[in-house]
Design a protein around this ligand. Structure first.
Ligand code: SD4
Length: 330
């Protein structure tokens, strides 16, 4: 119905019916974009950055009950958003240098629909607001006050996200106010999640409170489609954690999906994604980046700059945490 309306409104309908060649040309073009040569998997599988067993178990439970990959990734990452012991995501996240907890998140589905929020304050489940942006608005991304207003209109509760633990650490940090991310310790628990459901459809989500003690207004890679997350249901998906500025500069997750389109395995594509960052960054030793990826066959991979990054995976084969290979060896 929608498609017919579109064809009619755009005048393409009559052209296509008259000639038939236009439709043929579209099909040809689609072939040129490239679809996967990997065997399509039917089995549910979920993979997430870092060792987040509660999140992957939640997501796998949804997939196992024939739920969609979109529901699985949303509800999976929500586990970390609600967990105050994870100080890089959602409630309990470390604040910016002024003491404000600001959240970034995005979500992308099998039809390449996507939604994102940036600089969202006082709402725990940023990923769910991102999903509402995707489903209820004509937009892809809402920021700051507008994002919060939208969330409140959608019925999300407002609450203080700064916990005592994060406040105390921030007050301690303020004594020197030195901005120096510490690899694998201070900042890197952003959760990026990718899932394939029993239909073989892929979705992904990514959510974070960003780099601790960042400048007010700073946005990282995590909510940026193509940088912190990218899904193409014909090929696979990728997501990132670490120093967001460097992931944005190379449009890392999009790059990895495109490398898989060209025939690389998820592991090879993640390695190339990290190498691209290293090639552009003089002091790459000072930062951590971790990528994970999945292809349509359910093959997965992960790679990082420094040892210490791992990813959790749950499938019919079990629930495992895998330390990622790293460019700098242990
Ligand atoms: C960012 N990529 O805001 C995020 C940080 C991160 O765990 O991964 N934190 O740049």
């Amino acid at each position: 119905m929608e498609r017919r309306k579109f064809l009619k409104n755009s005048g393409l309908g009559s052209a296509a019916i008259l000639g038939g060649t236009l439709i043929g040309a579209c099909k040809e073009q689609k072939k040129e974009i490239g679809v996967t040569t990997a065997k399509i998997t039917k089995g549910p599988i979920v993979i997430a950055t870092w060792d987040v067993p509660n999140a992957t178990a939640k997501a796998f439970g949804i997939l196992d009950g024939n739920g969609t990959s979109l529901d699985a990734v949303e509800q999976g990452v929500m586990m970390e958003e609600a967990d105050v012991s994870n100080q890089s995501v959602g409630k309990g996240g470390r604040p910016d240098r002024d003491g404000n907890v600001t959240l970034d998140a995005c979500i992308m589905d099998k039809d390449s629909r996507c939604g994102a929020v940036v600089y969202l304050e006082n709402i725990v489940h940023a990923v769910s607001v991102a999903r509402k942006v995707m489903e209820e608005t004509p937009h892809v991304m809402l920021a700051g006050a507008g994002a919060k207003q939208f969330a409140l209109e959608m019925g999300f509760p407002e609450e203080d996200l700064l916990t005592d633990a994060s406040r105390e650490e921030w007050l301690e940090w303020k004594k020197t106010s030195q901005y120096k991310p510490v690899i694998n310790i201070e900042n890197h628990d952003t959760i990026g999640m990718l899932a394939i459901d029993s239909n073989g459809d892929i979705a992904g989500a990514c959510t974070t409170s960003g780099m601790a003690y960042k400048m007010g207004g700073r946005i990282g890679d995590s909510p940026i489609i193509g940088a912190g997350l990218f899904v193409d249901n014909e090929i696979g998906g990728a997501t990132a954690t670490g120093m967001g500025e460097e992931v944005v500069r190379t449009v890392g997750s999009f790059l990895i999906v495109e490398l898989m389109r060209q025939g690389k395995s998820p592991q090879e594509a993640c390695e190339e994604g990290v190498r691209r960052i290293i090639a552009k960054k003089e002091n790459y030793q000072d930062i951590q980046i971790g990528f994970i990826a999945i292809n349509k066959a359910g093959e997965t991979g992960g790679y990082c700059i420094h040892p210490g990054f791992s990813y959790r995976q749950y499938s019919g084969k079990g629930h495992v945490n895998t330390p990622a290979k790293s460019f700098i060896e242990a």
